[in-house]
Design a protein around this ligand. Structure first.
Ligand code: FAD
Length: 275
């Protein structure tokens, strides 16, 4: 199946972690990703780790995308970091507002991701393919659904080439979002973000934070498995593979996997999908 896929990693903190992560990437490269992306801690907290991993991926001959968040940043610092990424050979960015960790002041010269997208286009022209974030289940801080959709369309109109969604388990939310965005004139591809289910407490914590809904039937089954990780993984594999099948059949332009720096769950899903 030639559905484009991409993988997302987060920067590692130790040399041991970096070595392990290299093995994870090598295993996933077998699936010929269109690109691999690396997350960026808001406020630049992981800048060195992000840039180092992006450089490793490029060295390994795979197109790399750096996430880049603007909250709290000045234009001068953003310009400097983007210049560094361009010089490294990075051609793709995931441009985000980000969330500052509590305790950080607000400040900064960018209010929304749309400001960052416009800034990148103004200062760097077409040097980067720009991805932005999309929220089929509505961003948690949005005033309402309509305002969030309009904000998304504004971000695309500012110069984004494509979008990746927050993860979700309800395919209807994705298809509705794509349809609504098209009505607002959005024509860029909106690729679903796919989160493998491997650990129930971590998934519930993340989902509460980012506003992704875990359907009741999934939540109750996960709770019912308790500490039985083998059953959680087997159930998660089936749920996510089915979701990917539905998305593919419904015309999703690709799949972007939140790997959580693990290869096995994503490889198993890709194998079953015939990727
Ligand atoms: P925006 O698009 O700016 O939206 C933020 C909020 O502001 C939304 O509620 C929106 O409705 C509202 N809004 C936007 N524009 C306007 C406007 N003009 N008027 C009124 N309201 C407006 N976080 C990280 O820290 N690092 C990462 O690497 C990272 N990677 C991510 C990758 C993906 C694919 C996704 C989906 C999310 C990622 N995040 C990451 C999380 C993201 O930073 C948070 O969700 C953050 O809260 C919003 O960022 P954004 O770029 O979507 O913001």
């Amino acid at each position: 199946m030639s559905l484009p896929i991409s993988f997302e990693f987060f920067p590692t903190k130790t040399p041991e972690g970096a070595a392990k992560q290299e093995g994870v990437r090598q295993a996933l490269y077998a699936k010929k990703p269109e690109f691999c992306s690396v997350t960026f801690g808001a406020g630049g907290s992981t800048q060195t780790g992000t840039f180092n991993m992006v450089a490793e991926i490029l060295k390994e001959g795979v197109p790399a995308a750096s996430h880049f968040s603007c909250v709290g940043a000045s234009k001068a610092s953003a310009r400097e970091q983007l210049t560094t990424l361009k010089a490294m050979g990075v051609k793709r960015l995931v441009a985000l507002r980000g969330d500052l960790p509590s305790g950080y002041g607000v400040g900064g010269e960018f209010q929304y991701a749309s400001d960052l997208v416009a800034f990148i286009r103004l200062e760097f022209g077409d040097a980067f393919h720009i991805e932005v974030a999309a929220y089929p289940e509505v961003h948690p801080q949005a005033r309402n659904v309509t305002a969030d959709l309009k904000a998304f369309a504004t971000k695309v109109q500012a110069g984004a080439d494509s979008a990746i969604t927050q993860y979700f388990f309800n395919s209807d939310a994705y298809f509705q979002f794509v349809e609504d965005a098209e009505k607002l004139g959005v024509t860029v591809p909106i690729t679903p973000g796919i989160m493998p289910i491997t650990n129930s407490s971590q998934l519930m914590r993340f989902s509460d934070m980012c506003g992704a809904e875990i359907p009741r039937w999934i939540r109750l089954r996960l709770q019912g498995f308790g500490d039985d990780t083998a059953s959680i993984k087997a159930f998660g594999h089936d749920v996510i593979t089915d979701l990917c099948e539905v998305l593919r059949a419904g015309g999703a332009p690709g799949l972007h996997f939140y790997t959580m720096n693990q290869s096995a769950p994503v490889l198993a899903i890709c194998d079953e999908l015939g990727v």
